[in-house]
Design a protein around this ligand. Structure first.
Ligand SMILES: NC(=O)c1ccc[n+]([C@@H]2O[C@H](COP(=O)([O-])OP(=O)(O)OC[C@H]3O[C@@H](n4cnc5c(N)ncnc54)[C@H](OP(=O)(O)O)[C@@H]3O)[C@@H](O)[C@H]2O)c1
Length: 215
């Protein structure tokens, strides 16, 4: 049975997965890069900014789980581009000609457009569909592998609320954002559905894994 997974999803101590004031110059708004500094510092994350090296410890061990076994991703319109990208016919995402997804990637948007085939194996498909319907489409395209829910926080929250997430790796970063888009709203008692484990890393972040209870 394939699973629906979330990896490396970073939140502030007060539960925000992005800041306020998103724009082309500020993909995370007032949060800046603070939510992802832990990952960029790792061997897995360093190449994202064109760096070499990186740490090989606990943070890296979690971060590298992002890729294996994934056959498709689902992301929200807010991850794919800054507010208003739907008005730019040439917008193909933040990631240049070779996006890192390397699988079919489904972008949930109320303003779908034709699919775009990128270099390196990523094809963006644009879907106006409920979470369960989007997951069916992603599963059908995933070649028997798992589907990753890539964020942002609105989409993560919606898939959790719909009971569609089997495994979630959250990273709590020791910052307080105060405003932005929060993951937890409306998910009261989510812990009843999951086995939750917590690992504190020397870097100062806390890794939380949520695995759906089988009984
Ligand atoms: N913390 C992390 O690890 C992490 C990970 C990934 C991204 N991010 C950040 O998160 C931010 C984006 O998050 P967000 O919560 O603002 O937005 P999001 O979750 O990426 O996308 C939400 C948007 O997707 C569209 N959408 C969602 N469900 C839909 C459905 N069922 N049918 C059709 N359209 C649907 C809607 O956009 P429209 O109505 O405009 O179509 C909705 O407003 C960015 O700053 C990004 O960089 C953070």
């Amino acid at each position: 049975m394939t699973r629906t997974r979330i990896h490396n999803f970073s939140i502030s101590l007060d539960g925000f997965g992005t800041g306020e004031g998103l724009s082309r110059d500020a993909p995370f708004g007032h949060a800046g890069e603070r939510l992802h500094e832990w990952m960029i510092a790792t061997r897995f994350g360093a190449p994202i900014l064109g760096r070499t090296g990186g740490t090989a410890g606990v943070d890296n061990a979690f971060a590298q789980q992002h890729e294996p076994g994934i056959g498709a991703e689902i992301m929200g319109a807010g991850k794919f581009g800054p507010p208003g990208w739907q008005d730019d016919a040439d917008w193909t995402g933040w990631w240049g000609p070779t996006p890192p997804f390397r699988t079919p990637t489904f972008v949930l948007t109320h303003r779908p457009r034709p699919s775009i085939t990128m270099e390196g194996g990523t094809t963006f498909h644009f879907l106006d569909a409920a979470p369960d319907e989007a997951l069916r489409a992603a599963r059908a395209a995933a070649g028997g592998r798992d589907v990753r829910i890539g964020g942002g926080p609105t989409v993560v929250r919606d898939f959790l609320a719909a009971g569609l997430v089997d495994h979630m790796h959250l990273v709590q970063v020791p910052i307080v954002l105060g405003r932005g888009v929060r993951v937890w709203d409306g998910l009261e008692a989510l812990e009843e559905d999951y086995e939750i484990e917590v690992v504190s890393a020397p870097s100062g972040v806390t890794h939380l894994t949520f695995d759906r209870r089988t009984s």
